[in-house]
Design a protein around this ligand. Structure first.
Ligand SMILES: C[S@@+](CC[C@H](N)C(=O)[O-])C[C@H]1O[C@@H](n2cnc3c(N)ncnc32)[C@H](O)[C@@H]1O
Length: 718
């Protein structure tokens, strides 16, 4: 990878993604807020404090400053450590004096701390506070949560965006003066920064345009690639990134209007191959992953996606309504020098942090459990699940507890949540968060989720926030760009499918208030999302997809390459960093309409037992295959199917052979690494009591190398 990737990369126009709002973009976000912010003057002590501090650094426009991995080759996103408004620039900026940059702050304030989609292996543990003293103070009757956890039917109750628009950004609209004051407190800081940022960016943009005008139709030879040296040896010159970028932009332009713009001597496939090569060189992806991600979008959008993965998402905290109100929390943090505002109208508990003078993982409010550092998109599965008071709910893969603690708040500490995770180490973080946040309705357990419903069933609702490849969180963990192989996209979906069947089988279809399952991942690949959901629809005719109730998000695919999915797949939701400035995510909600025959559950259990002894991977061929949709299962359980090992192995072989043939390899000549990798040692997910780390080890949130330190993270786990 070229070391100078960042240096010459062109600048992105507009505010940095950190400064951009999350979630529902455009009209919703701009409505009233923007105007208010610009015109109002600072009026209260909070803003004075900020000014007096005087060290609110000017926001440096975040640029399309070339891929982050060059600047951050360790692969960890700059979201870790102390938080600053400006994203870590790809181009080295003059060092600013910032109290947040000292080591202690870096240890304590990382926004990765509570974020379930980032491992916290590099976080050293915060000293555990005496949380017993911080007992629930009776604040759990937050108006926010009344609205969030309505009593009616599930689908009606998740989020009512119209109602919120009328109310304004703060849900506690009974105190409009306070709202004015609070908003004003952020205005001066924000608008000053935005103005400054805009001026800088305009200058940059002008320079860039002038540059670009001089550079079109650049041939590969111009980029310093593969140049021959005198002795015939190839030199390893770093490509000129500015030129590379320009060529990518130009190729995308041609592909977007191929008929009109292409060179008749070159086919679309040639253009695409050249583009993918450039994308790999410029952003640092493996060819395999670049192609997989590119194929999800039209060319222009793919570019936006790759760009968005180079910039961190905004830092967000979720108010713990068991402890406080969002408005009160916002006031407290503003008084500590934090610049923030509500995350968007779609959430009543989220606060987007623009800048902080204090480490957000160590404020008194944090230690008192008033908030958790949590990516905005992690709110969505719980909002879709919409757990109700007094219900019995299962969180199948719960550590470190971002979603379990959110559920507890929505349920106002009533009913019972079983928070399960296969990883013992990660469960320590889960327990820490549960204590810190005053959650009292939760039982932590440590099974492989494949063991449900044998361990326990009959839940009103189940959340499966599945272990996944993490292709939605590349901005946080750039190592995903290069460390995922075809085998991962066989093994992970295999596990996800089994887990989803277990989730469905654990729900009580006759629940008076529920009967719902939510499946989510922080990955954007079809293999881990629509194909898993389609598999469950095929295997469990007693479930159907229903609306997630979420007010934004793109529809799941009903068609992807040669695959066709059930039309109801439109009910699922996809989230992309470039579209909403949130982590990539997928959310599907099922309603269980009939009982699962006991035989099917047994079959699932026995497959799990088999798996524990080693063998399988994934099939997938039938999933998404049009002919299979709605097809009856032919296994011994009537319409229901458990896991058939032989069938599975056959599917895997067939799938692998196909893939090899596509690559021009003779399948008979070599045995696939995927098959070789299916040793008993690697497939222990079915083993009980946390022995599942073999499978968890390959996934974003269960990497074994991180397990050792996860325990240390305790309250930091997120
Ligand atoms: C995406 S993370 C969950 C994040 C969590 N829901 C939150 O919001 O904090 C996936 C989790 O799945 C767990 N896991 C992996 N395999 C599992 C299995 N077979 N059974 C249960 N949990 C598993 C991992 O240990 C990891 O904690």
């Amino acid at each position: 990878m070229p070391s100078n990737r960042d240096r010459d990369a062109p600048k992105r126009h507009g505010p940095s993604r950190r400064m951009q709002h999350q979630g529902v973009p455009g009209a919703l976000d701009d409505h009233s807020n923007g105007k208010k912010r610009k015109s109002a003057a600072p009026t209260n002590g909070a803003i004075k404090k900020q000014k007096k501090g005087g060290n609110a650094p000017a926001v440096k426009a975040v640029i399309n400053g070339g891929p982050k991995h060059a600047a951050n080759s360790a692969g960890k996103a700059s979201t870790k450590g102390s938080f600053k408004t400006q994203q870590k620039p790809a181009v080295k900026l003059p060092k600013k004096v910032d109290p947040l940059e000292d080591d202690e702050a870096a240890d304590l304030s990382g926004d990765a701390i509570d974020d379930p989609d980032v491992m916290e292996d590099e976080l050293e543990g915060i000293e555990e506070a005496d949380f017993d003293d911080l007992d629930d103070d009776g604040l759990d009757s937050d108006a926010d949560d009344f609205a969030m956890a309505p009593s009616g039917s599930d689908d009606d109750d998740v989020v009512d965006s119209d109602q919120e628009v009328q109310k304004g950004v703060w849900s506690e609209d009974d105190d409009s003066d306070a709202e004015e004051t609070l908003t004003a407190a952020n205005i001066a800081g924000l608008s000053q920064k935005l103005n400054q940022e805009r001026a800088e960016e305009e200058a940059d943009a002008e320079a860039e345009l002038q540059d670009a005008a001089l550079q079109t139709n650049i041939a590969a030879a111009d980029l310093g690639e593969d140049e021959e040296e005198e002795g015939g040896k190839k030199s390893m010159l770093a490509p000129d990134l500015q030129l590379l970028r320009t060529r990518i932009t130009e190729t995308v332009r041609v592909l977007s209007n191929f008929k009109e713009l292409h060179d008749p001597a070159r086919s679309r496939a040639e253009y695409t191959q050249a583009l993918l090569k450039d994308i790999c060189a410029y952003y640092g992806y493996s060819p395999f992953l670049a192609e997989k991600l590119y194929s999800l979008f039209p060319p222009q959008e793919a570019l936006a996606f790759f760009d968005a993965n180079e910039t961190p998402r905004p830092m967000v905290i979720r108010t713990n309504t068991l402890r406080t109100h969002r408005r009160d929390l916002a006031h407290a943090l503003i008084n500590r020098g934090v610049t923030l505002e509500p995350v968007g109208k779609w959430s009543k508990v989220g606060l987007q942090i623009f800048e902080s003078q204090v480490p957000l993982g160590a404020t008194p409010e944090y230690l008192a459990g008033q908030y958790i550092l949590q990516a905005a998109s992690s709110f969505l599965p719980v909002m879709a699940l919409a757990p109700q008071e007094h219900e019995r709910v299962l969180d199948m893969a719960a550590a470190p507890g971002g979603k379990s603690t959110h559920m507890a708040a929505l349920m106002r500490n009533t009913g019972c949540i079983f928070s399960n995770d296969a990883s013992k180490d990660r469960s320590k973080g889960l327990i820490g968060n549960i204590h810190r946040m005053g959650v009292k309705n939760t039982i932590v357990c440590n099974y492989s989720a494949l063991e449900f419903p044998k361990v326990m069933g009959g839940f009103d609702r189940v959340l499966l926030d599945a272990p996944c490849s993490g292709t939605g969180v590349i901005a946080k963990d750039a190592s995903v760009k290069t460390n995922k192989s075809a085998d991962d996209f066989l093994r992970l979906p295999h596990l996800q499918k089994q887990l989803l069947l277990a989730a469905i089988d654990s729900v009580d279809h006759a629940s008076k208030t529920g009967g719902y399952v939510v499946y989510s991942t922080c990955s954007v690949t079809v293999e881990e999302n629509e194909q898993v959901v389609q598999y469950a629809l095929n295997k469990r005719p007693n479930v159907k997809l229903v609306s997630t109730g979420l007010v934004f998000g793109k529809e799941g695919f009903i068609k992807y390459q040669s695959k066709r999915f059930h039309p109801s797949m439109k009910e699922t939701r996809r989230y992309y960093p470039h579209a909403y400035n949130v982590d990539g995510f997928f959310v599907a909600k099922f309603k269980k309409t009939g009982a699962t025959p006991a035989g099917a559950v047994r079959a699932q259990g026995s497959a799990e037992a088999k798996q524990a002894n080693g063998v399988p991977v994934d099939e997938d061929e039938e999933v998404g295959d049009h002919a299979e949709i709605g097809a009856e299962e032919e296994e011994g359980e009537g319409e229901f199917g458990g896991w058939d090992e032989d069938e599975d192995t056959e599917y895997i072989e067939r799938s692998l052979h196909k893939a090899m043939r596509r690559k021009g390899i003779d399948p008979k000549a070599t045995k696939s690494a995927a098959v070789k990798s299916l040793t008993p040692a690697k497939l222990t997910a079915g083993a009980p009591n946390g022995a599942a780390n073999g499978v968890a080890s390959d996934v974003t949130n269960g990497k074994p190398k991180k397990e050792g330190k996860a325990g240390k993270a305790k309250e930091k786990a997120g």
